[in-house]
Design a protein around this ligand. Structure first.
Ligand code: HSE
Length: 425
């Protein structure tokens, strides 16, 4: 039986979940892997804080060196979240030759190059299955199980909070602010929800996923990001009438050397597998040249689902004779030879408020036509106070052309109310 001594950096919701899983599952772990994890030290901010699990008081410390620098500790689990001091502490542990297992998407997405570099220099392991979509095994699936594929596209619902909000807005016809407040009251959204609702969390995850999928670093700062704060119940309702469901999607596509990577509210056909992923569930839909279409679905957050991924990484790490590293170079830049485009192609949903006068529709279609944009579907609602709602869906068009057309359309007689991208027609 091998004993692996372990230190925790942080012991909040996820740390307590890992503590619980390691304890309640230890006989199975012994039986399955012939290994025992011995938790020796836990870094916390406040040793007197009440915790969910009965973590022994004598394991707690406020001195990080007792975790990162203790030569007796073989493995360090990081659950602090945020960029710093988590990155610094992980670096220290890696430099000391320890295996680091982290659930921290932000630290990884922003500092992957230096963490990976330190790991390789010191022969340490760095594992992060829990950093993207909780219990869903998307990291190892991408690295191992799909390695015989050229992954051409991935689209994911990678943030449970926003999926919960959009699902309720869709089901109830409610407004964003109302559902957000309720989600906060229920503890399903943070008191400061900006990381989730502004799309940061999803963009960190997309940076990690697309880098692995494309075998090339796709830095966080090249990712286009638009959250859900401007989403309106009116657009969700029009989308429904047209057969679309609104989701916050993390999308990455590769066409030769050109990639696009973006997080934004997206209409998808009701028949798309992602359309039925509701509530706080996550799912990743991807296309590989050999595996064809695939979707992974599950719990993307929460104490036990995240612990499931962390403990699986711990077992994976001890099963290896050599640490696993990414196939791409340690760089904070976009991989050489790759180009990011902000002129991706998809369909577009456009809602306009137009004066109900002769020639206005002709003006709108001319502005679109001038940019080579063709209309697939158009509906106009009866005018109220001389203003009509016009909703249209374009055929496949370029982002830049649509933006140009919309700025021409926006005029005295026509107000552009919203534009939402439409994928997977
Ligand atoms: N806040 C995230 C979510 C979970 O709502 O999915 C952690 O990434």
């Amino acid at each position: 039986m091998r004993t692996v001594s372990v230190g925790f950096l942080g012991c909040g919701n996820i740390g307590c979940g890992v503590w619980k899983l390691l304890n309640e599952f230890k006989d199975d772990i012994r039986h399955r892997a012939n290994v025992e994890f011995d938790i020796r030290r836990i870094l916390v901010r406040d040793v007197h804080k009440k915790r969910d699990q009965s973590v022994p008081q004598e394991l707690l410390t406020t001195d990080v060196a007792q975790v990162t620098d203790d030569p007796d500790l073989e493995m360090v689990l990081e659950f602090m979240g945020g960029e710093e001091p988590a990155t610094r502490y992980m670096l220290r542990a890696l430099e000391k030759g320890k295996t680091v297992v982290t659930a921290n998407k932000m630290a990884l997405a922003l500092n992957w190059d230096i963490l990976q570099d330190a790991a390789q220099k010191h022969g340490s392991g760095l594992y992060y299955e829990a950093a993207v979509c909780g219990a869903i095994p998307i990291i190892r699936t991408t690295i191992d199980s799909l390695q015989a594929n050229r992954i051409e596209a991935l689209m994911g619902i990678v943030n449970g909070t926003t999926n919960y909000i959009l699902s309720r807005m869709t089901q109830e016809g409610s407004d964003y602010e109302e559902v957000l407040k309720d989600a906060q009251r229920l503890g399903l959204a943070e008191p400061d929800p900006s990381s989730d609702v502004e799309g940061f969390d999803a963009a960190y995850k997309l940076s990690i996923l697309s880098s692995l999928a494309f075998h090339a670093r796709v830095p966080f700062d090249v990712i286009y990001r638009q959250g859900i704060t401007q989403v309106s119940a009116v657009d969700i309702a029009y989308g429904k009438q047209l057969g679309y469901t609104l989701k916050l999607l993390a999308i990455a596509k590769r066409d030769g050397h050109v990639i696009d990577a973006r997080v934004h509210p997206t209409f998808i056909p009701d028949s798309h597998p992602l359309a039925s992923v509701n509530g706080s569930f996550n799912a990743i839909f991807l296309h590989g040249h050999a595996c064809d279409d695939m979707m992974l679905f599950g719990r993307g957050a929460g104490s036990a689902p995240t612990a499931s991924a962390v403990v699986s990484d711990m077992l994976y790490a001890v099963s290896r004779t050599e640490p696993r590293y990414t196939t791409f170079m340690n760089s904070n830049m976009l991989a050489p030879g790759l180009m990011v485009t902000d002129d991706w192609h998809c369909s577009f949903y456009i809602r306009l408020n137009a004066s109900d006068q002769p020639g206005v529709l002709a003006y709108i279609t001319a502005c679109l036509g001038n940019e080579g944009i063709s209309i697939r579907n158009l509906m106009q609602r009866d005018a109220v106070n001389g203003h009509a709602q016009i909703v249209l869906i374009t055929h496949d068009a370029g982002e830049c052309a649509v933006r140009k057309a919309l700025s021409a359309i926006d005029s005295q007689d026509v107000r552009v109310e919203s534009m939402i991208r439409v994928e997977a027609n």
